[in-house]
Design a protein around this ligand. Structure first.
Ligand code: ADP
Ligand code: MG
Ligand code: MG
Length: 251
């Protein structure tokens, strides 16, 4: 699904990612943890094609092909979804219209018929239950006046509607109370299957109480300093990140 090779990324002349290697297979969930400022969000944005970052070395191979030259829209159409891309507020555009447009652009890219508002309504309503969202939320302007929790649920609704092959979730757990966290985690678990992969960035272990990652990575200073099983996340929760940082410095 995804093979990142020796990825180096610079922003405004500062090197932020310093040689990331990561392989994610279909059916897997990978968690990327690490201290603030280590480059986790940068990595997620670079995978989605954010234009602010310059790739100076390395490659991103998605489904067997390098996507470095692909625009963010093309990556989205190819099935790469970054939750972070969408929580912008869009006054005057209903959530339903916004979702339909994103969904139709993916269908068009695949050579499939687009859905009219009524057909799309069926598609989206089926998925509302996944995130425990009231149908009224579809008629409201995108994210305008949504609470933090509602925005996060809306991200997962977007994911449910767009059915990405590779979902990148950046701090989807931040600002959620325990019930919303469970709802969001349940939604992700239901959407994830053998044909797709999830890479989730999380600063805290608590989301991993509900979503079991196949692999946990720790990013330190723009590199993946350590990878392990879900037990690694528990160890990080208990011991913090300092010991990993010391391991890196000592080596
Ligand atoms: P994390 O998500 O792990 O907390 P980030 O990827 O957000 O880390 O940031 C990594 C480092 O890159 C930080 O030092 C941050 O200040 C810097 N950085 C990220 N994006 C930019 C940008 N657009 N301009 C300048 N510095 C940036
Ligand atoms: Mg799996
Ligand atoms: Mg971040």
């Amino acid at each position: 699904m995804l093979e990142v090779k020796n990825l180096h990324v610079t922003v405004e002349d500062a090197e932020i990612l310093k040689g990331i290697d990561l392989t994610v297979n279909a059916g897997e969930i990978h968690a990327i943890m690490g201290p603030n400022g280590s480059g986790k969000s940068t990595f997620a944005k670079v995978l989605a094609g954010h234009p602010a970052y310059e790739i100076t070395e390395g490659d991103i191979v998605y489904k067997g092909e390098s996507i470095l030259e692909m625009e963010p829209e093309e990556r989205a159409q190819a099935g790469v979804f970054l939750a972070f891309q969408y929580p912008v507020e869009v006054p005057g555009v209903s959530n339903a219209a916004f979702l339909r447009q994103a969904y139709n652009s993916i269908r068009e890219a695949r050579g499939e018929d687009t859905l009219d508002p009524l057909q799309f309504d069926d598609h989206v309503r089926e998925r509302l239950g996944l995130v425990d969202m009231a149908p009224e939320m579809l008629d409201r302007s995108v994210n305008v006046g949504f609470s933090g929790g509602e925005k996060k649920r809306n991200e997962i609704l977007q994911m449910a509607v767009l059915e990405p092959a590779l979902a990148l979730l950046d701090e989807t757990d931040s600002g959620l109370d325990i019930d919303a966290l469970r709802t969001v985690a349940d939604g992700i678990n239901k959407l994830h299957g053998d044909d797709d992969a999830v890479v989730m960035v999380t600063h805290y272990q608590r989301l991993l109480n509900y979503i079991t990652p196949d692999v946990v990575h720790v990013m330190v200073d723009g590199r993946i300093a350590k990878s392990g099983s879900k037990e690694l996340a528990l160890e990080l929760e208990e011991r913090g990140y300092d010991w990993v940082i010391k391991e890196v410095k000592g080596s």
